[in-house]
Design a protein. Structure first.
Length: 269
């Protein structure tokens, strides 16, 4: 049992029903979203683990049919990235996921409206067949810990995806901490990290406050997306003096941290 309808059971699914809980939102999770304040745009953070691993061919059938239904609600994909697997995991790169998608919805009801589409619902079977697991979290503009260049509201107004060019690396960081001073710790981490980013020519594009889980094994506090000019710049950042101690500080105690290095690719449709 969990204490939130959007929190899925941890571990590998042993039955089809358990698999569904790791991929699809429950009715209770959608109902919980429907009662949230709905006066601003959101980004749905998607992390995907394909079935078979690294192969999006089945999942792409879902994306093919779902994409027009997303567009009908006035929403769009702000970023789609392939998680890189050729970096040394000892550098702190989590390769447990295959892709990342940030989908900008004008309102929460836009996402909920899409769930009612028969075309969208018919596509869900491909998602179930083509994914081992999924993390789906509502994020929004909030505490700008990372002094980001873009905002959710700005993306929604401009209707343009994030500018991540060929050869550039987008790192998605997801932070969770249950301690009482989590916000002050994250603010300190962000400030120290900014100096290291400047040294390699990187910049944070988005700093997102998490709102509610839709499909997730854990609770998360904050998410950011950082653009590095190259893979070499990312490696230099991870090898820079001070990064080791700083990264350990954010993972200390009850903290959780996912860090995914991705490259922007076309949506697999």
């Amino acid at each position: 049992m969990t204490d939130h309808p959007g929190i899925a059971p941890k571990g590998e699914a042993e039955t089809f029903e358990e698999h569904i809980l790791r991929v699809n939102p429950t009715a209770a999770a959608l109902e919980n979203l429907s009662v949230q304040p709905d006066d601003d745009p959101i980004i749905m953070l998607n992390l995907l683990r394909f079935k078979p691993r690294g192969d999006s061919s089945i999942y792409s059938l879902y994306a093919r049919d779902a994409a027009p239904e997303v567009a009908k609600t006035g929403s769009f994909v702000g970023f789609y990235g392939k998680v890189l697997s050729d970096l040394d995991p000892s550098l702190g790169i989590d390769v447990g996921w295959d892709s990342v998608a940030l989908v900008v919805y004008k309102r929460r009801r836009s996402f909920l409206q899409m769930q009612q589409s028969p075309i969208y619902q018919s596509a869900v079977a491909y998602r179930v067949a083509g994914a081992y697991a999924r993390l789906l979290y509502v994020t929004k503009d909030g505490a700008n810990f990372f002094e980001a260049k873009e905002t959710v509201a700005g993306l929604d107004n401009n209707r343009e995806p994030l500018a991540i060019g060929k050869g550039e690396i987008a790192v998605i960081d997801l932070f969770g901490n249950s301690s009482q001073d989590a916000s002050s710790a994250l603010k300190h981490f962000a400030g120290q990290r900014a100096h290291l980013l400047e040294g390699v020519g990187a910049e944070t594009l988005l700093s997102l406050e998490t709102e509610v889980p839709i499909v997730s094994e854990d609770y998360w506090q904050h998410c950011c997306l950082t653009r590095f000019p190259s893979q070499e710049a990312l490696i230099a950042f991870l090898a820079s003096p001070g990064w080791g101690d700083l990264s350990q500080s954010i993972n200390a105690g009850p903290g959780k941290h996912i860090s995914l290095a991705t490259e922007s690719v076309a949506i697999p449709v």
